[in-house]
Design a protein around this ligand. Sequence first.
Ligand code: GZL
Length: 328
Amino acid sequence: MKKLLVLLMVLVTVAGGMVFAAGASEVAATGSDLITVGYSQVGAESDWRTANTESFKSTFVEANGYKLIFDDAQQKQENQIKAIRNFIQQDVDYIVVAPVVETGWDTVLTEAKAAGIPVILSDRMMKLSDDSLYLAWVGGNFLKEGQDGVSWLNDYVKKAGRENEDLNIILLQGTIGSSAQVGRTQGITEGLAKNPRYKLLAKQTGEFTQAKGQEVMESMLKAYSDIDVVFAENDNMAFGAIDAIKAVGKVPGKDIIIISFDAVHEAFNKMIAGELNCAVECNPLHGPRVAEIIQILEAGGKVEKIMYVDEGVFDTSNAKEVLPTRKY
Ligand code: GZL
């Protein structure tokens, strides 16, 4: 909007006979001088996503000098590409994308670059032929999250005196091809491969949703009579798995150890209830981080290309004391 205003004022002036020297001076800021941000969000598939969206909607408000154009892609890449083209048409000042999957973005980001609109990535990463197509990325370290989940299992096995027991493990994956799934799956599978006692029986996507997570866990319980551990690549799939485990008369958190990712509010409730054993944090509060990047850019400053958010690991031993401090 800001650029459009400046262009209109220059055009009107030139039309009126005055000619602006090249590099016309800044037009005085006006009330409508808001920074317009087009934000393409993955969807609304999980508690984490809801918190992530809220973080943007509460940050990019007029009181903070922004006009937010928000688009929910319902987990479809074609909807995100459409939204980005729409933002280009509207000549927004910045485009922010949480890409549902890593690949397939070069063409549309090239269009944004040609239109002179900076792109900032939030949450998941894109695989691009040219890294200059985006300015900066803010998100979780998914590979480390997966590694941290296996480290927790290694500690659990020692404390429980189960080092000499073969453990049958199931992996509920997130949306295949999303960087959260790619990184967590790599961290988990590489970590499990280091211990011959860990038997990864199967891995299958639950699309990061509770319903699909429950459905996949039901089929796994039918296929395998002796599952000891479940890794769920987000909390909502873990919640679905907990319901499936209860439905066959087993005790989640005891008969089957469950390790999940995100550490949203409900995961803490499940850990306090003993139904979930560990939640590896993935911080969704990216709104303020992205706003910080935009403010630095607006002031002509330089920003880091890659910025990881701080993340911890929580379990039944600390869930009760930590819960009151949680922001999501
Ligand atoms: C992680 C994010 C993932 C969450 C899921 O940064 O991309 O997507 O782990 C969400 O809950 O659906």
